[in-house]
Each structure stands twice: as structure tokens, then as C-alpha cells.
Design a protein around this ligand. Structure first.
Ligand code: XLS
Ligand code: CA
Ligand code: CA
Length: 439
């Protein structure tokens, strides 16, 4: 059988932290158990089809630099089939249990809607066979409602009802494809759902349209008996200046307002968190606190570049903070860690795809080990708990039980006087994290 990735013969192996083989895992030991679950079960890694197999290394100043042999046939359907072969070879050699796709990543748009659907059905049938033979599964599917020119002014929030209808038809088919492939979630990211200028935009109507679109998606999910999770992915800017799904808090508020909260969880992407002016762990925490952290797009931006660079995650601190949130909520359920990341334009070879993913998997595996120890030792949690101890007893507990009032608390103050200023010990806590990271 033809091989697209000769640099890895069978599979990427775990060799431990002392290994000098750049194509071996140093920390990701899939079967190693941590707190009753294997690393594979904790981390649920996924490969992002669009970047890894369709990304060409193009940027706004120049054409693609990657020469992917599976994309060269010149016939769209043949290229789609070859890409699928390459995708399953790569993902199974890497040992990632999952992949994620947009409908238009796996199958090309046809001359009309019916032909696009036919193309997708054909590729889905082939993907089903490859999933069976390799054991690689689908974490989530989604529809690309942003690349085609018809979506220039948005999909669900487009002022033209004709485009809105097209988007609904496309999502219907993408949901069918996801269900057919046993996808464990279905994702919505508001590609061009936002606006550039209020001079041509009815903000209020567009919000209502988005709510109608998501409500009909829920209706369709129930109609076809797709019992998996719906995920919504926040992003503040890019491609539009004002994206409606700005961040976790905005999306949670929107879902609640429109009676959709029970049907969705959030997919938090690290680079989108930083574009919103937040840290990755802030966005994870806001979602998790609402019981709505469903899945993660594990990547990173560049602190000196203000756009969505989608780089492979290599920052151990950020990954530790993320894993603390994930472990404390008891895991990601049906979600996972999807590497929505691409090699830099100058990293031109197929082997660079392995380096990117191996490094990212090792980063999160190491973070899992560290976060697990921090939680088990209770070093941070114990401190946090002690900070709020005053709300566990006496007048503080009454406040939390709703049994207090401004009048009662005035009496407390008349009796107790000025509160003592207590240190938050930030530097001490940062030192503890550092100590766990080197240990
Ligand atoms: C783009 C988004 C996108 C979603 C899936 O910035 O990250 O790739 O994850 O549509
Ligand atoms: Ca993403
Ligand atoms: Ca991104």
C-alpha cells in the first residue's frame, strides 16, 4: 500500500523523558494510568483535518509552501480520497484516537448543492471503512460556513434569507455525516457570524437569526435521534471585526437568553481566549464553572502577533493551568483535546506534522502528570479553601445561605470593626507551580 509518511514506519512510540529520538514520545504514554484512567482516556487527542491535511502553508503575502503528495492529483474527488488515506495513515501512526473535520475539508464543494452532498456522502462511506480498519474515531464534525463567497456576509446572520437557508441545508447534511460516522459531538463555530460596520447591520435581528438557526439545529438533532453533544466555540475577532460569540461569558449569556443552554457545551480554543484578551485558563474556568466546558482546541497564539496564528501548544505552564481545570471538573466527557494547529510556513515537510503533534501531545501529557500531583497534594486548593474559610461559618455562612441582610452585616461591623488585610501570596503560589513543573 502507498505510504505518505515513510518517516514513521509503524507508529510513534513512548520512550520516556531521556529519549533522544525526536520522533518518540517523552511523556505521552497512552496506557499509563493516572487516577484510574489511562492517559489516552484523559486526553482524548484529536487531529484537525483542515490544518494537518489541507493546510498548504499559504499566507496573505504568498502561496503555499507545503507540497503534500495527497493534494497533487488535480482532480478534486481523487485528491479528497487520497487525503483521506493520508489522514488515517498519519492519525493512526501518531496514535491519536480521534480526528475532527469540516464537511468541506473532507469532500469538495460540487457544481451545485446536490453535487456537494453527493461528494460528501461518497467520502463519508470511505471514511467509515477507514475508521473501522484503523480504530480512529470522529471527535466532532462541523460545517464550513465561512470559506465560500456566498458566506461573505455571514451564514446564519446573513441579511439574505436565501443564504441563511443554504447554511441550514448545509448543516443538516454535515450533521447527517457526523452521525453516520459515529461522531461524539457536533460543533458550531460562528465563522463569519459577526459584522464589520453598524452602518449596514441590524445587530438585534442578526442575534435573533442566530438563535433561530441554533434552535432549528436542536430540533433537527432531536428529529434524527443524534444523541451526542452540541459544542459552540467562542472567538472574538477574525474573520469579522466583531464576532458575536466573543468569549465564554458572552456565549453562555446568549444561550441562556434564547433557551438553548441545556443543549450546548463550549469548545474553548486557547488562541481565541488570548485574542479576547483573556488567558486560556480563564476561558476554561468560566465555561467549567457553568458546567459547560465540553471540549478544547489545544493550540497557542504568539504573544507578539495579534492574530489567530494557530500554533502547536508547547507552553507547559499554560497546559498545566488548563489541565488543572479539566481534572477538577472530572474530565472532558465526550470532548477531547483537538490540535487546531498548523506548522509554520517554513516547516515544509510532512515530518514537521509529526514534530508538531508529538510536541503538543507531550506538553499535555506532562501537564496532566503535573496537574494531577498538584491536585493530589492539595497545595493550591488548600490555600484557596483557607482564603474563603470565613464564608463557611458564622455570619459568612449565613450570607451564603441567604440568611443575612445589610442590616445584620452592619451590626457585625459595628462589633468587629476594621478587617485585617491578608496577603494573597501570589508569588509563593507561583513558586509552588514552578517547583511542581521541575520535579
Ligand atoms: C477558526 C476556528 C475553526 C473551528 C472549527 O478560527 O478555530 O477552525 O475550530 O470551525
Ligand atoms: Ca478552533
Ligand atoms: Ca483558531
Amino acid at each position: 500500500m502507498k505510504t505518505y509518511f515513510p518517516e514513521v514506519k509503524k507508529s510513534v512510540k513512548y520512550e520516556g523523558p531521556k529519549s533522544s529520538d525526536p520522533l518518540a514520545f517523552k511523556f505521552y504514554d497512552a496506557d499509563k494510568k493516572i487516577g484510574g484512567k489511562t492517559m489516552r482516556e484523559h486526553l482524548r487527542f484529536a487531529v484537525a483535518y483542515w490544518h494537518t491535511f489541507k493546510g498548504a502553508g499559504a499566507d496573505i503575502f504568498g502561496a503555499g509552501t507545503f507540497r503534500r503528495p495527497w493534494l497533487t492529483s488535480g482532480e478534486p474527488m481523487k485528491a479528497a480520497e487520497e487525503t483521506l488515506d493520508a489522514a488515517f495513515e498519519f492519525t493512526s501512526k501518531l496514535g491519536a484516537p480521534y480526528y475532527c473535520f469540516h464537511d468541506r475539508d473532507i469532500a469538495p464543494e460540487g457544481k451545485d448543492f446536490a453535487e456537494s452532498c453527493k461528494n460528501l456522502d461518497k467520502i463519508v462511506a470511505k471514511a467509515a471503512k477507514l475508521q473501522k480498519s484503523t480504530g480512529v474515531k470522529l471527535l466532532w464534525g462541523t460545517a464550513n460556513l465561512f470559506s465560500h463567497p456566498r458566506y461573505a456576509h455571514g451564514a446564519a446572520t446573513n441579511p439574505d434569507a436565501h443564504v441563511f437557508a443554504y447554511a441550514c441545508a448545509q448543516v443538516k447534511h454535515a450533521m447527517d455525516a457526523t452521525m453516520e460516522l459515529g461522531g461524539e459531538n457536533y460543533l458550531f463555530w460562528g465563522g463569519r457570524e459577526g459584522y464589520e460596520t453598524l452602518l449596514n447591520t441590524d445587530y438585534c435581528r442578526e442575534q435573533e437569526q442566530l438563535a433561530r438557526f441554533l434552535t432549528m439545529a436542536v430540533d433537527y438533532k432531536q428529529k434524527i435521534g443524534f444523541k451526542k453533544m452540541f459544542l459552540l466555540e467562542p472567538k472574538p475577532h477574525e474573520p469579522t471585526k466583531h464576532q458575536y460569540d466573543f468569549d465564554s461569558a458572552t456565549v453562555l449569556g446568549f444561550l441562556q437568553k434564547h433557551g438553548l443552554l441545556e443543549h450546548f457545551k463550549l469548545n474553548i480554543e486557547a488562541n481565541h481566549a488570548t485574542l479576547a484578551g483573556h488567558s486560556f485558563e480563564h476561558e476554561l474556568t468560566v465555561a467549567s464553572a457553568a458546567g459547560k466546558l465540553g471540549s478544547i482546541d489545544a493550540n497557542t497564539g504568539d504573544p507578539q502577533l495579534g492574530w489567530d496564528t494557530d500554533q502547536f501548544p508547547s507552553n507547559i505552564y499554560s497546559a498545566v493551568y488548563a489541565m488543572l481545570v479539566v481534572l477538577k471538573q472530572g474530565g472532558l466527557g465526550s470532548g477531547g483535546l483537538n490540535f487546531d494547529a498548523k506548522p509554520r510556513r517554513g516547516s515544509t515537510d510532512t515530518v514537521d506534522l509529526f514534530y508538531g503533534h508529538i510536541g503538543a501531545m507531550d506538553t499535555f501529557a506532562r501537564a496532566l502528570l503535573i496537574a494531577d500531583r498538584i491536585i493530589k497534594d492539595g497545595v493550591i486548593d488548600g490555600f484557596i479553601k483557607s482564603r474563603y474559610a470565613g464564608f463557611e461559618k458564622g455570619y459568612g455562612a449565613d450570607v451564603m445561605k441567604g440568611k443575612s441582610s445589610f442590616g445584620k452585616l452592619e451590626k457585625v461591623i459595628l462589633d468587629k470593626g476594621e478587617p485585617e488585610l491578608k496577603s494573597g501570596r501570589q508569588e509563593m503560589l507561583e513558586n509552588i507551580i514552578n517547583q511542581y513543573i521541575v520535579m
